[in-house]
Design a protein around this ligand. Structure first.
Ligand SMILES: [Zn+2]
Length: 258
């Protein structure tokens, strides 16, 4: 259904329960209905060159449906004027390929590093200034970060010094949540309190890969060739040094990487 100038999502698609690949690229679609998340067999979804980023508040409920988060392996959202992504995108746990090039992304959620199966990520032609350190945990085969606005903020603005209390000491809720994440214990809103679910869903990752339950980060520079050793990196930054948003799980990590 490529290039049909569709402005709206065709709801009869929802009846195609055995559909595995759907190409809706080069249309003018602004909204996907949340029922779309119930597609039971969809593996590849190509939505490039539409207008999903045009509404002021994008509605991403379709992307987090209980069915689609299990089956989706390829998602192409390139060329959609997107200014942001949902923090919950990490729930697409089987995602291997994510195409986000040619959007207006200034940052990407740190939770993206929780996608353990992600191998191909294209972020070129955005306005990214830094990357979350959680991406260092991904075993990329291809990472395209060319044509962004990486301008080495570490040297431009020295972060104010914060104590390890700010970074590493959490509440009892945070300590409980860290244990759940560390041992990969299954959780859902119907079995634990909603506040705990929200805390768990919003977890970031430390430079070492352990979970962090706060949003405090500092900008640190790393050589992207060291961070993504297994990947083919497409990057137009000549010295390969990139700014990373770094979160810290403990005072030990704060001392080690800061
Ligand atoms: Zn750590």
């Amino acid at each position: 259904m490529n290039g049909l100038k569709l402005c709206n999502f065709r709801r009869d698609i929802l009846l195609l329960s055995r559909l595995t690949v759907l190409d809706l690229s080069n249309n003018e679609i602004e909204k996907i209905p949340h029922e779309f998340g119930r597609m039971t067999n969809l593996c590849e979804l190509i939505l490039s060159n539409n207008n999903l980023g045009v509404p002021n508040i994008s509605d991403w409920r379709w992307l987090l449906g209980l069915q689609i988060i299990r089956t989706l392996k390829l998602l192409d959202l390139s060329g959609n004027k997107l200014k942001g992504l949902p923090n919950d995108i990490w729930k697409l746990r089987n995602l291997v390929t994510l195409k986000l090039y040619n959007n207006e992304l200034e940052r990407i959620p740190a939770s993206l590093g929780r996608l353990k199966n992600l191998r191909y990520l294209t972020l070129s032609q955005n306005i990214l200034k830094s990357l979350p350190c959680s991406l260092m945990q991904c075993r990329f085969e291809l990472l395209d970060i060319s044509m962004n606005k990486f301008e080495n903020r570490e040297t431009l603005m020295k972060p104010k010094l914060s104590s390890q209390w700010d970074f590493c000491i959490g509440s009892l809720l945070h300590i409980a949540a860290k244990v759940v994440l560390k041992y990969n214990i299954y959780y859902a809103p119907n079995i634990i309190p909603r506040t705990l679910t929200e805390t768990l869903d919003n977890a970031n990752l430390c430079v070492c890969g352990r979970p962090v339950l706060n949003n405090i980060f500092i900008i640190k520079q790393f050589d992207c060739r060291d961070c993504f050793r297994s990947a083919t990196i497409t990057n137009d930054n000549v010295n390969h040094a990139l700014d990373f948003e770094c979160y810290f799980c403990s005072s030990k990590c704060l001392m080690k990487y800061n």
